[in-house]
Write a new protein. Structure first.
Length: 477
Protein backbone atom coordinates (compact mmCIF):
# COMPACT_ATOMS: atom_id res chain seq x y z
CA UNK A 1 0.00 0.00 0.00
CA UNK A 2 1.38 3.45 -0.87
CA UNK A 3 1.91 6.19 1.68
CA UNK A 4 -1.38 8.10 1.60
CA UNK A 5 -1.35 9.40 5.17
CA UNK A 6 0.86 12.47 5.01
CA UNK A 7 -0.92 14.89 7.34
CA UNK A 8 -1.33 18.00 5.20
CA UNK A 9 -3.25 16.16 2.48
CA UNK A 10 -6.22 15.31 4.67
CA UNK A 11 -5.79 18.21 7.03
CA UNK A 12 -6.22 20.44 4.01
CA UNK A 13 -9.67 19.00 3.42
CA UNK A 14 -10.59 20.16 6.86
CA UNK A 15 -8.92 23.55 7.19
CA UNK A 16 -8.72 25.14 3.75
CA UNK A 17 -12.41 26.07 3.38
CA UNK A 18 -11.67 29.76 3.88
CA UNK A 19 -14.80 31.64 4.89
CA UNK A 20 -13.58 33.82 7.68
CA UNK A 21 -11.78 34.10 10.91
CA UNK A 22 -13.63 34.22 14.17
CA UNK A 23 -15.99 37.13 13.49
CA UNK A 24 -16.50 37.56 9.75
CA UNK A 25 -20.15 38.03 8.92
CA UNK A 26 -20.11 35.62 5.98
CA UNK A 27 -20.78 32.59 8.15
CA UNK A 28 -24.28 31.21 7.87
CA UNK A 29 -26.45 31.81 10.90
CA UNK A 30 -29.68 29.98 11.55
CA UNK A 31 -31.91 31.38 14.26
CA UNK A 32 -34.73 28.90 14.59
CA UNK A 33 -37.33 31.07 16.25
CA UNK A 34 -40.75 30.38 14.84
CA UNK A 35 -42.92 31.64 17.69
CA UNK A 36 -42.98 28.14 19.16
CA UNK A 37 -43.78 27.44 22.76
CA UNK A 38 -40.72 25.59 24.03
CA UNK A 39 -38.22 25.08 21.21
CA UNK A 40 -38.22 25.99 17.58
CA UNK A 41 -37.56 22.33 16.90
CA UNK A 42 -40.44 21.24 19.11
CA UNK A 43 -41.57 18.91 16.35
CA UNK A 44 -38.47 16.83 17.00
CA UNK A 45 -38.84 13.80 19.26
CA UNK A 46 -37.80 14.18 22.89
CA UNK A 47 -34.61 12.19 22.30
CA UNK A 48 -33.48 14.55 19.54
CA UNK A 49 -34.13 17.58 21.73
CA UNK A 50 -32.04 16.03 24.49
CA UNK A 51 -29.23 15.42 21.99
CA UNK A 52 -29.40 19.12 21.07
CA UNK A 53 -28.87 19.74 24.78
CA UNK A 54 -25.81 17.49 24.80
CA UNK A 55 -24.42 19.49 21.87
CA UNK A 56 -24.97 22.75 23.76
CA UNK A 57 -23.24 21.42 26.86
CA UNK A 58 -20.37 20.12 24.71
CA UNK A 59 -19.98 23.51 23.04
CA UNK A 60 -19.50 24.88 26.55
CA UNK A 61 -17.67 22.16 28.48
CA UNK A 62 -16.82 19.28 26.13
CA UNK A 63 -13.53 18.19 24.61
CA UNK A 64 -12.31 15.77 21.91
CA UNK A 65 -8.93 14.23 22.69
CA UNK A 66 -6.44 12.10 20.80
CA UNK A 67 -3.82 10.29 22.89
CA UNK A 68 -0.80 9.12 20.92
CA UNK A 69 2.98 8.87 21.44
CA UNK A 70 4.56 8.81 18.02
CA UNK A 71 8.07 8.14 19.32
CA UNK A 72 6.99 5.02 21.18
CA UNK A 73 4.82 3.86 18.28
CA UNK A 74 1.81 3.21 20.49
CA UNK A 75 -1.61 2.89 18.93
CA UNK A 76 -3.77 6.01 19.34
CA UNK A 77 -6.62 6.32 21.79
CA UNK A 78 -9.63 8.56 21.27
CA UNK A 79 -11.72 10.17 23.99
CA UNK A 80 -14.74 12.43 24.23
CA UNK A 81 -14.93 14.18 27.61
CA UNK A 82 -17.30 16.51 29.44
CA UNK A 83 -15.89 17.78 32.74
CA UNK A 84 -18.08 19.48 35.35
CA UNK A 85 -17.81 20.50 38.99
CA UNK A 86 -18.39 17.69 41.49
CA UNK A 87 -21.68 19.30 42.46
CA UNK A 88 -22.91 18.68 38.89
CA UNK A 89 -22.26 14.97 38.75
CA UNK A 90 -26.02 14.54 38.31
CA UNK A 91 -25.81 16.50 35.06
CA UNK A 92 -23.22 14.04 33.75
CA UNK A 93 -25.46 11.15 34.77
CA UNK A 94 -28.20 12.72 32.63
CA UNK A 95 -25.86 13.17 29.67
CA UNK A 96 -24.73 9.56 29.96
CA UNK A 97 -28.34 8.39 29.86
CA UNK A 98 -28.98 10.47 26.73
CA UNK A 99 -25.94 9.35 24.74
CA UNK A 100 -26.21 5.81 26.20
CA UNK A 101 -22.48 5.36 26.70
CA UNK A 102 -19.53 6.58 28.73
CA UNK A 103 -17.99 6.28 32.17
CA UNK A 104 -18.21 8.85 34.98
CA UNK A 105 -15.24 9.18 37.32
CA UNK A 106 -13.92 11.79 39.78
CA UNK A 107 -10.92 14.01 39.09
CA UNK A 108 -9.97 14.83 42.66
CA UNK A 109 -7.22 17.37 41.92
CA UNK A 110 -9.68 19.57 39.99
CA UNK A 111 -12.74 18.95 42.20
CA UNK A 112 -14.52 17.73 39.08
CA UNK A 113 -16.19 14.68 37.63
CA UNK A 114 -15.54 13.58 34.07
CA UNK A 115 -17.83 11.80 31.67
CA UNK A 116 -15.47 9.88 29.39
CA UNK A 117 -16.32 8.01 26.19
CA UNK A 118 -13.43 5.97 24.77
CA UNK A 119 -14.64 2.58 23.46
CA UNK A 120 -14.47 2.53 19.68
CA UNK A 121 -18.11 1.58 19.21
CA UNK A 122 -19.11 4.41 21.53
CA UNK A 123 -16.83 6.90 19.78
CA UNK A 124 -18.59 6.04 16.54
CA UNK A 125 -21.89 6.76 18.28
CA UNK A 126 -20.55 10.14 19.46
CA UNK A 127 -19.41 10.99 15.93
CA UNK A 128 -22.87 10.14 14.60
CA UNK A 129 -24.47 12.50 17.14
CA UNK A 130 -22.26 15.46 16.21
CA UNK A 131 -22.63 14.74 12.51
CA UNK A 132 -26.41 14.96 12.86
CA UNK A 133 -26.39 17.87 15.33
CA UNK A 134 -23.29 19.98 14.57
CA UNK A 135 -21.48 22.01 17.18
CA UNK A 136 -21.82 25.78 16.92
CA UNK A 137 -18.49 26.91 18.36
CA UNK A 138 -14.99 26.42 16.97
CA UNK A 139 -14.94 23.13 18.87
CA UNK A 140 -16.46 21.79 15.68
CA UNK A 141 -13.02 22.18 14.09
CA UNK A 142 -11.55 19.95 16.78
CA UNK A 143 -14.37 17.47 16.23
CA UNK A 144 -13.69 17.31 12.48
CA UNK A 145 -10.02 16.53 13.07
CA UNK A 146 -10.94 14.03 15.76
CA UNK A 147 -13.36 12.35 13.36
CA UNK A 148 -10.84 12.29 10.50
CA UNK A 149 -8.19 10.74 12.75
CA UNK A 150 -10.57 8.15 14.18
CA UNK A 151 -11.92 7.09 10.79
CA UNK A 152 -8.41 6.80 9.35
CA UNK A 153 -7.38 4.66 12.30
CA UNK A 154 -10.47 2.45 12.06
CA UNK A 155 -9.75 1.88 8.36
CA UNK A 156 -6.27 0.74 9.33
CA UNK A 157 -7.60 -1.42 12.13
CA UNK A 158 -10.01 -3.18 9.76
CA UNK A 159 -7.08 -4.56 7.74
CA UNK A 160 -3.71 -3.80 9.38
CA UNK A 161 -1.85 -6.34 7.22
CA UNK A 162 -2.48 -4.19 4.17
CA UNK A 163 -0.27 -1.48 5.66
CA UNK A 164 3.50 -1.56 5.36
CA UNK A 165 5.67 -0.36 8.22
CA UNK A 166 6.04 2.95 6.41
CA UNK A 167 2.30 3.22 5.85
CA UNK A 168 1.63 2.57 9.52
CA UNK A 169 4.14 5.21 10.57
CA UNK A 170 2.69 7.76 8.15
CA UNK A 171 -0.81 7.04 9.40
CA UNK A 172 0.22 7.55 13.02
CA UNK A 173 2.19 10.66 12.03
CA UNK A 174 -0.94 12.02 10.37
CA UNK A 175 -3.03 11.33 13.47
CA UNK A 176 -0.37 12.94 15.65
CA UNK A 177 -0.31 15.94 13.32
CA UNK A 178 -4.05 16.37 13.78
CA UNK A 179 -3.68 16.09 17.54
CA UNK A 180 -1.07 18.88 17.50
CA UNK A 181 -3.61 21.22 15.84
CA UNK A 182 -6.45 20.61 18.29
CA UNK A 183 -7.74 22.17 21.51
CA UNK A 184 -5.20 24.40 23.29
CA UNK A 185 -2.71 24.00 20.42
CA UNK A 186 -5.14 25.26 17.78
CA UNK A 187 -4.12 28.49 16.04
CA UNK A 188 -6.39 28.35 12.98
CA UNK A 189 -10.00 29.08 13.86
CA UNK A 190 -11.30 29.43 10.31
CA UNK A 191 -14.69 27.80 10.00
CA UNK A 192 -15.38 25.26 7.31
CA UNK A 193 -17.46 26.37 4.32
CA UNK A 194 -20.51 24.41 5.39
CA UNK A 195 -20.52 25.64 8.98
CA UNK A 196 -23.83 27.03 10.23
CA UNK A 197 -24.53 28.48 13.64
CA UNK A 198 -27.95 27.15 14.59
CA UNK A 199 -29.48 28.44 17.82
CA UNK A 200 -32.38 26.58 19.43
CA UNK A 201 -33.76 26.79 22.95
CA UNK A 202 -32.58 23.31 23.94
CA UNK A 203 -29.07 24.01 22.70
CA UNK A 204 -29.02 27.47 24.31
CA UNK A 205 -30.14 26.37 27.76
CA UNK A 206 -27.41 23.71 27.99
CA UNK A 207 -24.84 26.20 26.67
CA UNK A 208 -25.92 28.56 29.46
CA UNK A 209 -25.74 25.74 32.01
CA UNK A 210 -22.14 25.23 30.94
CA UNK A 211 -20.78 28.71 30.23
CA UNK A 212 -23.52 31.07 31.37
CA UNK A 213 -24.84 32.41 34.64
CA UNK A 214 -27.93 33.87 36.23
CA UNK A 215 -26.42 36.60 38.34
CA UNK A 216 -27.31 39.87 40.05
CA UNK A 217 -24.94 42.82 40.22
CA UNK A 218 -25.45 45.84 42.43
CA UNK A 219 -24.66 49.52 42.25
CA UNK A 220 -25.76 51.28 45.38
CA UNK A 221 -29.40 50.38 45.91
CA UNK A 222 -29.84 49.42 42.25
CA UNK A 223 -29.90 45.70 41.45
CA UNK A 224 -29.30 44.36 37.95
CA UNK A 225 -30.47 40.79 37.26
CA UNK A 226 -28.41 39.54 34.32
CA UNK A 227 -28.41 36.52 32.06
CA UNK A 228 -24.74 36.34 31.09
CA UNK A 229 -22.60 34.16 28.81
CA UNK A 230 -18.84 34.47 28.37
CA UNK A 231 -16.74 33.00 25.58
CA UNK A 232 -13.28 33.36 24.13
CA UNK A 233 -13.49 36.08 21.46
CA UNK A 234 -12.71 33.50 18.78
CA UNK A 235 -16.32 32.37 19.34
CA UNK A 236 -17.88 35.82 19.41
CA UNK A 237 -19.89 34.86 16.31
CA UNK A 238 -21.84 32.43 18.48
CA UNK A 239 -22.66 35.18 20.98
CA UNK A 240 -23.74 37.43 18.11
CA UNK A 241 -26.04 34.66 16.88
CA UNK A 242 -27.52 34.18 20.36
CA UNK A 243 -28.10 37.92 20.55
CA UNK A 244 -30.01 37.87 17.27
CA UNK A 245 -31.95 34.78 18.36
CA UNK A 246 -33.12 36.59 21.51
CA UNK A 247 -33.93 39.84 19.71
CA UNK A 248 -36.05 37.88 17.22
CA UNK A 249 -38.22 36.41 19.97
CA UNK A 250 -41.92 37.36 19.94
CA UNK A 251 -42.44 40.42 22.13
CA UNK A 252 -38.84 41.66 21.96
CA UNK A 253 -39.76 44.45 19.57
CA UNK A 254 -42.12 46.05 22.08
CA UNK A 255 -39.56 46.36 24.88
CA UNK A 256 -37.86 49.69 25.50
CA UNK A 257 -34.27 50.36 24.43
CA UNK A 258 -34.43 47.56 21.87
CA UNK A 259 -30.82 48.00 20.81
CA UNK A 260 -29.48 47.28 24.30
CA UNK A 261 -31.85 44.53 25.41
CA UNK A 262 -29.06 42.06 24.71
CA UNK A 263 -25.50 43.39 24.52
CA UNK A 264 -22.36 41.66 23.23
CA UNK A 265 -19.07 43.22 24.29
CA UNK A 266 -15.41 42.32 23.90
CA UNK A 267 -12.75 43.25 26.41
CA UNK A 268 -10.02 45.43 24.89
CA UNK A 269 -7.19 43.64 26.68
CA UNK A 270 -7.41 40.28 28.50
CA UNK A 271 -7.60 40.89 32.23
CA UNK A 272 -5.14 38.05 32.69
CA UNK A 273 -2.28 38.06 30.15
CA UNK A 274 -2.16 34.26 30.32
CA UNK A 275 -5.80 33.96 29.26
CA UNK A 276 -7.56 34.40 25.92
CA UNK A 277 -9.44 37.57 25.12
CA UNK A 278 -13.05 37.24 26.23
CA UNK A 279 -16.36 38.41 24.82
CA UNK A 280 -19.57 38.44 26.81
CA UNK A 281 -23.28 38.53 26.17
CA UNK A 282 -25.48 40.14 28.78
CA UNK A 283 -29.24 40.44 28.94
CA UNK A 284 -30.32 42.74 31.76
CA UNK A 285 -33.50 44.46 30.60
CA UNK A 286 -35.91 43.31 33.32
CA UNK A 287 -39.05 43.79 31.21
CA UNK A 288 -37.52 41.66 28.47
CA UNK A 289 -36.45 39.01 30.97
CA UNK A 290 -39.90 38.85 32.58
CA UNK A 291 -42.03 39.04 29.44
CA UNK A 292 -39.92 37.18 26.89
CA UNK A 293 -37.02 35.10 28.23
CA UNK A 294 -38.30 33.63 31.50
CA UNK A 295 -41.56 32.22 30.04
CA UNK A 296 -39.45 30.26 27.53
CA UNK A 297 -36.88 29.04 30.07
CA UNK A 298 -39.67 27.91 32.41
CA UNK A 299 -40.76 25.38 29.78
CA UNK A 300 -37.35 23.72 29.50
CA UNK A 301 -35.66 21.09 31.68
CA UNK A 302 -32.47 22.05 33.50
CA UNK A 303 -29.87 19.34 34.14
CA UNK A 304 -27.41 21.15 36.41
CA UNK A 305 -27.26 22.94 39.73
CA UNK A 306 -27.69 26.16 37.76
CA UNK A 307 -31.42 25.48 38.05
CA UNK A 308 -31.25 26.57 41.70
CA UNK A 309 -29.47 29.76 40.64
CA UNK A 310 -32.22 30.36 38.08
CA UNK A 311 -34.96 29.99 40.71
CA UNK A 312 -33.18 32.32 43.15
CA UNK A 313 -32.59 34.79 40.31
CA UNK A 314 -36.32 34.82 39.53
CA UNK A 315 -37.10 35.28 43.23
CA UNK A 316 -34.87 38.37 43.34
CA UNK A 317 -36.52 39.77 40.20
CA UNK A 318 -39.89 39.29 41.93
CA UNK A 319 -38.74 41.10 45.08
CA UNK A 320 -37.27 43.87 42.97
CA UNK A 321 -40.53 44.05 41.01
CA UNK A 322 -42.34 44.68 44.32
CA UNK A 323 -39.99 47.52 45.21
CA UNK A 324 -38.10 45.88 48.06
CA UNK A 325 -34.66 46.90 46.83
CA UNK A 326 -35.56 50.36 48.23
CA UNK A 327 -35.72 48.95 51.77
CA UNK A 328 -32.42 48.44 53.71
CA UNK A 329 -33.77 45.47 55.71
CA UNK A 330 -35.06 43.80 52.55
CA UNK A 331 -31.72 44.37 50.83
CA UNK A 332 -30.05 42.33 53.59
CA UNK A 333 -32.36 39.44 52.70
CA UNK A 334 -31.71 39.87 48.98
CA UNK A 335 -27.94 40.16 49.46
CA UNK A 336 -27.96 36.95 51.48
CA UNK A 337 -29.72 35.13 48.63
CA UNK A 338 -27.23 36.52 46.10
CA UNK A 339 -24.31 35.49 48.31
CA UNK A 340 -25.46 31.87 48.12
CA UNK A 341 -25.85 31.78 44.32
CA UNK A 342 -23.44 30.64 41.59
CA UNK A 343 -19.91 30.20 43.02
CA UNK A 344 -21.34 30.85 46.47
CA UNK A 345 -23.44 27.70 46.10
CA UNK A 346 -20.47 25.39 45.48
CA UNK A 347 -19.55 22.93 48.20
CA UNK A 348 -15.92 24.09 47.94
CA UNK A 349 -16.68 27.80 47.62
CA UNK A 350 -14.11 30.28 48.84
CA UNK A 351 -16.55 33.20 48.83
CA UNK A 352 -16.97 34.70 52.32
CA UNK A 353 -20.40 33.89 53.71
CA UNK A 354 -22.79 36.63 54.74
CA UNK A 355 -24.58 35.96 58.04
CA UNK A 356 -28.16 34.87 57.64
CA UNK A 357 -30.42 37.84 58.51
CA UNK A 358 -32.37 37.58 61.74
CA UNK A 359 -35.94 36.37 61.10
CA UNK A 360 -34.97 35.69 57.48
CA UNK A 361 -37.98 33.47 56.73
CA UNK A 362 -40.54 35.77 58.39
CA UNK A 363 -39.19 38.80 56.56
CA UNK A 364 -39.21 36.95 53.27
CA UNK A 365 -42.85 35.95 53.75
CA UNK A 366 -43.75 39.59 54.42
CA UNK A 367 -41.93 40.78 51.29
CA UNK A 368 -43.62 38.10 49.22
CA UNK A 369 -47.09 39.01 50.47
CA UNK A 370 -46.75 42.78 50.26
CA UNK A 371 -45.59 45.36 47.77
CA UNK A 372 -43.32 48.26 48.71
CA UNK A 373 -44.79 50.26 45.84
CA UNK A 374 -48.01 52.19 45.68
CA UNK A 375 -49.19 54.02 42.58
CA UNK A 376 -49.85 57.72 43.01
CA UNK A 377 -51.67 60.24 40.80
CA UNK A 378 -49.27 62.19 38.66
CA UNK A 379 -47.27 59.15 37.59
CA UNK A 380 -45.32 58.91 40.80
CA UNK A 381 -44.46 55.97 43.00
CA UNK A 382 -44.95 55.99 46.75
CA UNK A 383 -42.28 53.93 48.55
CA UNK A 384 -43.92 52.58 51.68
CA UNK A 385 -40.73 51.63 53.55
CA UNK A 386 -39.21 55.12 53.27
CA UNK A 387 -42.44 57.12 53.11
CA UNK A 388 -41.31 59.05 50.04
CA UNK A 389 -42.25 59.58 46.41
CA UNK A 390 -40.12 58.68 43.40
CA UNK A 391 -40.56 59.41 39.68
CA UNK A 392 -42.10 56.47 37.88
CA UNK A 393 -39.32 56.36 35.29
CA UNK A 394 -39.22 52.96 33.64
CA UNK A 395 -42.59 51.95 35.07
CA UNK A 396 -44.78 53.76 32.55
CA UNK A 397 -46.14 51.61 29.75
CA UNK A 398 -48.42 52.07 26.75
CA UNK A 399 -51.33 49.61 26.71
CA UNK A 400 -53.82 48.99 23.92
CA UNK A 401 -57.14 47.84 25.40
CA UNK A 402 -60.01 46.34 23.39
CA UNK A 403 -63.74 47.05 23.86
CA UNK A 404 -64.01 44.25 26.41
CA UNK A 405 -61.25 45.68 28.57
CA UNK A 406 -58.74 42.99 27.55
CA UNK A 407 -55.09 43.86 26.92
CA UNK A 408 -54.28 43.68 23.20
CA UNK A 409 -50.62 44.62 23.44
CA UNK A 410 -48.23 46.40 25.77
CA UNK A 411 -45.41 48.71 24.72
CA UNK A 412 -42.67 50.39 26.69
CA UNK A 413 -42.26 53.38 24.37
CA UNK A 414 -44.72 55.47 22.35
CA UNK A 415 -42.46 55.13 19.32
CA UNK A 416 -42.77 51.34 19.43
CA UNK A 417 -46.55 51.53 19.65
CA UNK A 418 -46.69 54.05 16.82
CA UNK A 419 -44.52 51.87 14.58
CA UNK A 420 -46.65 48.80 15.32
CA UNK A 421 -49.85 50.53 14.17
CA UNK A 422 -48.30 52.59 11.37
CA UNK A 423 -48.90 56.03 12.83
CA UNK A 424 -46.51 58.76 13.95
CA UNK A 425 -45.48 59.06 17.61
CA UNK A 426 -47.24 62.44 17.69
CA UNK A 427 -50.51 60.88 16.52
CA UNK A 428 -50.15 58.10 19.10
CA UNK A 429 -49.52 60.64 21.87
CA UNK A 430 -52.59 62.62 20.73
CA UNK A 431 -54.76 59.49 20.91
CA UNK A 432 -53.51 58.79 24.44
CA UNK A 433 -53.98 62.34 25.73
CA UNK A 434 -57.40 62.83 24.12
CA UNK A 435 -58.75 59.28 24.43
CA UNK A 436 -59.16 58.99 20.66
CA UNK A 437 -59.81 55.38 19.58
CA UNK A 438 -57.11 53.41 17.80
CA UNK A 439 -58.53 50.97 15.25
CA UNK A 440 -56.94 47.52 15.37
CA UNK A 441 -58.16 45.11 12.69
CA UNK A 442 -61.13 47.43 12.17
CA UNK A 443 -62.16 47.47 15.84
CA UNK A 444 -61.85 50.50 18.12
CA UNK A 445 -59.38 50.20 21.00
CA UNK A 446 -58.33 52.54 23.77
CA UNK A 447 -54.68 53.51 24.20
CA UNK A 448 -53.56 54.45 27.70
CA UNK A 449 -50.33 55.35 29.45
CA UNK A 450 -50.22 53.75 32.86
CA UNK A 451 -47.96 52.69 35.67
CA UNK A 452 -47.08 49.05 35.40
CA UNK A 453 -47.18 47.74 38.93
CA UNK A 454 -48.32 44.27 38.01
CA UNK A 455 -46.89 41.50 40.11
CA UNK A 456 -45.59 38.38 38.44
CA UNK A 457 -46.42 35.39 40.65
CA UNK A 458 -45.12 33.02 37.98
CA UNK A 459 -41.62 34.19 38.91
CA UNK A 460 -41.98 32.23 42.15
CA UNK A 461 -42.79 28.90 40.55
CA UNK A 462 -41.25 26.40 40.68
CA UNK A 463 -40.10 27.60 44.08
CA UNK A 464 -36.61 28.54 45.15
CA UNK A 465 -35.28 26.53 48.11
CA UNK A 466 -35.50 29.73 50.16
CA UNK A 467 -39.30 29.80 49.93
CA UNK A 468 -40.18 26.15 49.27
CA UNK A 469 -41.30 25.46 52.83
CA UNK A 470 -42.76 28.87 53.60
CA UNK A 471 -46.47 29.58 53.89
CA UNK A 472 -47.35 32.74 52.05
CA UNK A 473 -50.16 34.19 49.98
CA UNK A 474 -49.53 36.52 47.04
CA UNK A 475 -51.55 39.72 47.32
CA UNK A 476 -52.03 40.93 43.75
CA UNK A 477 -53.43 44.22 44.95
Amino acid sequence: MSSNFVGPIVVGKITTFQIRGCSNSSIQVMSTNNNSSADSNDSLPAKALELLGVVGLTDAEGCFRIIINLEEGTTPDFEFVIALHNDDKGCLVKVKSVIECGTIYPQKTEYKHHLSVFRHDDIQKIISIFDKFPLNTTKRLNFLMFKAAFEAYMEYKSNPRAYSTEDRYNLFAYINNLKLQMNSRRTDFTYTADHKITITWYWLLKFVEGDGSFCVTTQGITYYPILSIKQATIDKAVLDSIQQFLLDLPGADSVSNHNVIVAVRTEKVPKNPDHKQLSSLSCMNVDFLIDVVIPELDKLPFWSKKYKDYLDWKLIIFLQNRGWTHCPEAREVIDYIINNMNDGRLTNTKIPRLPKPINFEAKLVYYLENSNYKAHPGNKLFIRSSNEYLPAYGKLVIEVIDQNGALVKRFYRIARAAKEYNVTPRVMAYKIDNKVPLFVHGKPCTVIKTLRLIDHPQLLYPMSDHIKNLNFKIDKN
